[in-house]
Design a protein around this ligand. Sequence first.
Ligand code: AMP
Length: 321
Amino acid sequence: MTILVVGSVALDTVETPFTRKEDILGGAASYFSTAASLYNQVNLVAVVGSDFPQEYLDFWRSRPVNLAGLQMQVGKTFRWTARYHLDMNSRDTLDTQLGVYAGFHAVISDENRQSPLLFLANIQPELQLEVLEQIPNARLTVLDTMELWIMTARAQLTEVIKRVDILLMSEEEVRQYTNQASIVTGVRQLLAMGLKYVIVKQGSYGALLFGADGTYFSAPSYPLEEVIDPTGAGDAFAGGFLGYLSTVQPAPDGRYAIDDIKCGVVHGNIIGSYVCEDFSIGRLRTLTMDDIAARYQALVDCSHFDLSWRNTMGMQFIAPR
Ligand code: AMP
């Protein structure tokens, strides 16, 4: 099952409290494609400028990333500059230059329209909407966004949210978009817009899954000792989530079992944790399924607890199911 992704491919300048890197490969669709291609073929739809380094294209060609939908235009590649605080869960965007994305229109080929899974990675909501209109029958549509679009393109973003199945947002973005202090209230507001699930990313604290059917699931985070660069963790999360779902069979009506959705969230957390171990897609280049399996086991171990407990009088309590 192939996955279609539309979103930014960028050159990032990233400053952490310890290091600064200039013009390294970034962009939501870059992280997503690299991550999801560990599981299945990814069809990448994006645009880069004439300054985009050939080596990244060569790398993607060495993986199951189909670049037929990647346009090259005369001009500058999208650029993003950010500075992280000492608590690397928070950062300031210093500069965003859309470059060749300004005025870019994605044309989805017939082959790409066949992808059952669609990820609308972070980019202008207008462009996300254009893509949705070309693929009205995708089996599962997942959306990600960012503060810039919540602030500058709220109306278009709202249109996109109303038309997708699953929304990924950081805790901060849920508050920004819904104006609610409580995440639970904010998520309820989002689900009322017609979403099937909302996944709230909590940086180094894991992720929460909320379903319109009442599902609530809290996926633990992997306790990383050293975070080198958290950029792209959200996009890599999406890559792990959809990558995993692309390997399982949905029910005949196209719905995914809730246990598969939960496993997808755990895969998202795992890939998100790995990406923080290096700048750019550095760690994703060498990541293997064995690495993923090891961290999966660690997360099962650290989040499992018994259904029953006992007091000093020997009385046993069993939590009702
Ligand atoms: P994340 O850390 O998961 O939020 O993703 C950061 C990546 O998103 C960086 O590599 C940026 O190049 C890219 N990015 C930053 N701002 C935007 C934006 N407004 N639209 C699309 N992509 C962006």
